[in-house]
Design a protein around this ligand. Structure first.
Ligand code: PHE
Length: 450
């Protein structure tokens, strides 16, 4: 039976935008400030940027190599490229699918909040409110018995609907228009934040490093954050790479996406920290940091109502293009491995996620019993994925491309089937083979024993 022709992205720009859509999201605007605030500011930021460039980009390229060469979902990809029966490599693919599922579960908790905050900004809930009132709104919302759950389920449903429509119709079209818009509005916000009184202190916290703050834990957190933010180490970009056209340049795509991702994270920091210091919000505030700081900045702006509304709308969309890529990992695996239809696979993935995701959302309530040890289910899912599963997945992925795949195939992919000059390909391969695996292993192991 002839195999059904696999979908591909319509253009290289479409591919970059879809990959950027996956990368840009709550990881940049919510999780990055959270982590930078908790890990001492500037020192964390520098380690994070270095790791994103030196390990993140080559790992992203490795995922594209696996994806495009196999034209398969992560499980099938490892099976095909490792020579079929009797190999353990498909386990890396299964690990990725599991990781996508666990991330989607807690990610949609915060995704639901963005939807809730979109509603709040439409209703004008932030106008004239002081810091205490804005903080109370956050805790009232996250403690509400059903509202955050409803928002989370609505977000999952939205994700499933787009994924059912397939790669080109759904994912590509959205990302192309909306990602650039998000960038513009963030620049406007930056300007406002920098003119607030007290902005300087926040900028120093974010840009002036105190290197004595760098510990093993800080480095592992920075590694986890860079993987999370770039959507690497779990197969999302293997899946997207499998839809990449034969002749498109994957190296330049990976570089563009890494730079865009870092830029948006830095912009988020430049918006949030000056404002936080100016309003007297602790940088260690955690989950509430972005959700209390941003409404307060908007309040100070002429046309704040309008900007706030547009911002949360774009944030919802940036988040959606990330949840789409997570669900797509699960759907690609279910349709190709179990031969389910796209619709059934998307429904199954969304319902499965909802079960665990609702627990993550409920674990946020004050006094919730949904703790394991001192951690909420939400924190536990966040940490298991970002600090353990993604680094391990990333390590196995670079080892696979560097040492297991046929060198000719890897080179073909890196040079986009001989249509491009070899250029940097040797250096990239060197990083993939030696530097990235050693660096990931050292960071990971030293933190485990330290
Ligand atoms: N990179 C996304 C973000 O920064 C989150 C994500 C992680 C998406 C892993 C897909 C895979 O928000």
């Amino acid at each position: 039976m002839a195999e059904k022709k696999r979908e591909t992205f319509g253009s290289k720009l479409g591919f970059i935008m879809a990959t950027a859509g996956s990368a840009l999201g709550l990881g940049n605007i919510y999780r990055f400030p959270c982590e930078a605030g908790a890990n001492g500011g500037a020192a964390f930021v520098i380690v994070y940027l270095a790791l994103a460039l030196v390990i993140g980009t080559p790992l992203m390229i490795s995922e594209f190599v696996i994806g495009r060469n196999s034209r398969s979902n992560p499980v099938g990809a490892f099976r095909k490229l490792s020579g079929g029966k009797g190999t353990a490599w498909p386990v890396v693919g299964y690990l990725g699918v599991l990781c996508a599922f666990l991330i989607l579960a807690f990610y949609t908790t915060v995704a639901g909040w963005t939807l809730g905050y979109l509603g709040k900004s439409a209703a004008g809930h932030f106008a004239g409110q002081d810091l205490a009132a804005i903080q109370r709104q956050f805790s009232d919302f996250t403690n509400h018995p059903w509202l955050p759950i409803l928002c989370q389920l609505a977000f999952l449903a939205l994700t499933a609907v787009v994924v059912m429509r397939g790669v080109k119709g759904g994912i590509e079209r959205w990302s192309k228009i909306l990602m650039p818009m998000l960038l513009v509005i963030m620049v406007v916000l930056c300007v406002k934040s920098l003119t607030l009184s007290g902005a300087r202190e926040g900028l120093e916290f974010f840009f002036k490093p105190d290197f004595s703050k760098i510990t093993g834990k800080v480095v592992l957190s920075a590694l986890g954050q860079s993987f999370f933010s770039l959507s690497i180490g779990m197969g999302a970009l293997i899946t997207y790479g499998s839809y990449l056209g034969r002749r498109d340049n994957m190296v330049s795509s990976a570089v563009s996406v890494t730079l865009a991702d870092a830029l948006v994270a830095i912009l988020a920091g430049v918006i949030i920290f000056p404002a936080a210091f100016s309003f007297g919000i602790q940088p260690e505030a955690g989950a509430s940091l972005a959700f209390t700081t941003l409404p307060l900045v908007f309040q100070q702006m002429t046309g704040g109502y309008f900007f706030c509304l547009i911002f949360f709308l774009l944030l919802v969309i940036a988040t959606l293009t990330s949840t789409i890529s997570l669900l797509e990992v699960i759907v690609a695996a279910l349709t190709e491995e179990l031969r389910l239809s796209r619709t059934k696979a998307a429904l199954l993935g969304a319902v499965g996620t909802a079960v665990i995701g609702v627990l993550a959302t409920m674990s946020f309530r004050a006094g919730s019993p949904l703790h394991i040890g001192a951690k909420t289910v939400f924190d536990l899912l966040d940490q298991i994925t970002a600090l353990y599963m993604m680094p391990i997945g990333g390590l196995l992925i670079v080892l696979f491309v560097g040492w297991k795949m046929k060198r000719g195939d890897v080179m073909d992919e890196l040079t986009s089937h001989q249509t491009l000059r070899p250029g940097l390909r040797k250096a990239i391969l060197f990083i993939i083979k030696y530097i990235a695996p050693v660096a990931i292993a050292v960071i990971f192991v030293s933190q485990l024993v330290g």
